[in-house]
Design a binder for this molecule. Structure first.
Ligand code: SF4
Ligand code: SF4
Length: 110
């Protein structure tokens, strides 16, 4: 049976896997994305699937998930998750932009 320590170990393992993938991205690709202290991340709600990848890569606890209704004719699920950025905590590091599988996160002027 899975316990909390197993889940924590899996989370750390997944964090390391994502970080390795992100680090291997081409520098030019990252350079195209605005970042730094004058920028802040923004989630395009309609593209967010609530997968939780961004909260794993964010070192600054600047992203939280919230419940939102899921209207699906094929799935019997009432609630979906969406991500939102906590602007004050966001350092503009861009990691979440690179980690989001649906390109739901962009960087905007602070
Ligand atoms: S990684 Fe992207 S799709 Fe997944 S929860 Fe974060 S913003 Fe939403
Ligand atoms: S830009 Fe960096 S600090 Fe801001 S939400 Fe994304 S991962 Fe967190």
């Amino acid at each position: 049976m899975t316990d909390i320590s197993d889940l924590q170990a899996r989370r750390i393992s997944e964090q390391n896997r994502i970080r390795f993938l992100l680090n291997s991205l081409k520098a030019e690709e990252e350079a195209k994305i605005k970042g730094g202290e004058d920028a802040v991340a923004w989630v395009k709600e309609e593209l967010c699937i609530g997968c939780d990848q961004c909260t794993i890569v964010c070192d600054d606890d600047a992203i939280e998930l919230y419940d939102t209704p899921l209207a699906s004719p094929i799935m019997n699920v009432d609630v979906n998750k969406k991500a939102r950025i906590l602007r004050d905590a966001c350092t503009g590091c861009k990691l979440c932009v690179l980690g989001c599988p649906t390109d739901a996160i962009i960087m905007i002027d602070r």
